[in-house]
Ligand binder design. Structure first.
Ligand code: PMP
Length: 426
């Protein structure tokens, strides 16, 4: 495996199995899972309905490629199209979020006959050649070469940067002015704006609600498409909304949205949803050998049924709200934490060197290790090589588990703060 493969922990962890909101490592330790393999476990680990659907489908037929129809693929396409909010929507299945964004970029650039794309600073959209070209977070974008010409605008990060001192309305106005200014200095058409409604890898950060609605007015005036990257924010993760774009709903639905991660509950399912006119703009044949394969589609159907039947979006809103409150109270006396933010079960804690405003990846690593010792898995992200702790448990998290995890995290934060203060004195 390559040297650049990112691994968590000083002693990397091998995970052997999971159940509900817990996983076990190869040494037999049990952990409460507050990261779900970067939000891939949407409902619960080893959800019996998904396991059954996978086993049944694997025993019937594993794979046929999109040259043939499969009942699960067609049904899921119809359901996702209806859920997407995009009128006259078409769905193309892929095997990852990267590939979904790559497909969206192919569609947008072909439809608009332009390779110019707007993205937000601090964004992450995947690891293919085109996806790193729209990834503003340099820690995850290894090359400046790209088939696209990317123009980065403000709007993803609310609490840092040149507009951080402004209130929400003034912040929105400044970002719109930045967008207009960028477009005014750009020659030729721009194909699309791609944005994560809440930046995931970037550290669970977003602009004010309604920001994308304000952007939309400018985009529409130029005929620029809006692609919402819902790889982390989709399927009710943010509690208040089924899709992240709905926090900006004056904007109406985007022209395209991309999804992946949670819908397969660990199986490789991704896809792009687009208005028919945009989806059908390609004038050549295409297939995906693995996208939409029967086993993954059966898993996604069972997972989606469970999500909707148990109102896990509502659970994310309720339990996520309690967890946010609990964490805010827990960090009140800890100056290693600069901000606790988020919505639903997508909560970020931005860490700094105690007593300063300086982002501290070191603090994040210390907390990650201490939380592991305490039996809790969390993630990290953000610019500055990961100074934000990311909390995104399976959406079935219970109140008791939220309490337990918050307690472990509080102790881990205290440990990290004490150690950092000790280092500063030494
Ligand atoms: N978009 C976003 C917002 C993501 O968070 C990710 C993965 N972290 C991707 C795209 C890429 O997805 P994948 O790793 O499935 O290719």
């Amino acid at each position: 495996m390559p040297d650049w493969l990112a691994l968590y922990y000083d002693r990397p962890m091998e995970i052997t199995h999971g159940e509900g909101r817990h996983v076990w490592d190869a040494e037999g330790n049990r952990y409460l899972d507050f990261f779900g393999g970067i939000l891939t476990t949407m409902t619960a680990h080893a959800l019996p309905e998904v396991t059954k659907a996978v086993a049944e489908q694997a025993g019937r037929i594993l794979h046929t490629s999109t040259l043939y129809l499969d009942r699960h693929m067609v049904e899921l396409a119809e359901r996702v199209a209806a859920l997407s909010g995009i009128p006259d929507a078409r769905v193309f299945f892929t095997t990852s979020g990267t590939e979904a964004n790559d497909a969206a970029l192919l569609l947008a650039t072909t439809y608009r006959r332009s390779n110019q794309v707007l993205a937000l600073r601090n964004s992450y959209h995947g690891r293919s050649f085109s996806a790193v070209g729209i990834t503003g977070n340099s820690a995850w974008s290894p090359t400046s070469l790209s088939p696209l010409q990317t123009l980065y605008v403000h709007g993803g990060v609310r609490s840092r940067g040149p507009y951080a001192h402004l209130d929400d309305d003034a912040f929105t106005a400044a970002c719109v002015a930045d967008l207009r200014d960028m477009l005014g200095q750009t020659r030729g058409g721009v194909a699309a704006l791609i944005a994560e409604p809440v930046q995931g890898v970037g550290g669970f950060t977003s602009g004010p609600d309604g920001l994308l609605a304000a952007f939309r007015e400018v985009l529409d005036a130029h005929g620029i498409l809006w692609i919402s990257d819902e790889v982390q924010t989709g399927w009710g993760r943010t509690g208040d909304h089924f899709w992240g774009w709905q926090a900006h709903d004056r904007a109406g639905p985007p022209d395209m949205l991309t999804f992946a991660k949670g819908i397969g509950n660990g199986m490789s399912v991704g896809g792009v949803v687009a208005r028919a006119e945009v989806m059908n703009c390609l004038d050549a044949n295409s297939i995906s050998t693995f996208g939409g394969s029967p086993v993954t589609m059966a898993a996604a159907q069972a997972n989606l049924n469970h999500l909707l039947e148990h109102d896990l979006q509502g659970n994310a809103r309720r339990v996520g709200g309690l967890l946010l409150e609990r964490l805010r109270a827990a960090v009140a006396g800890l100056d290693v934490v600069r901000e606790v933010r988020g919505r639903g079960l997508m909560i970020g804690l931005e860490l700094v060197r105690p007593g300063t405003d300086e982002p501290s990846p070191e603090a994040a690593s210390l907390v990650l290790e201490a939380a592991r010792e305490g039996g809790l898995l969390i993630g990290k992200g953000g610019s500055h090589l990961g100074s934000v702790l990311r909390i995104a448990p399976p959406l079935s998290l219970t109140v008791a588990e939220a309490e337990e995890g918050a307690g472990i995290l509080q102790r881990a934060l205290e440990t990290a703060q004490t150690r950092l203060e000790g280092n500063a004195r030494a």
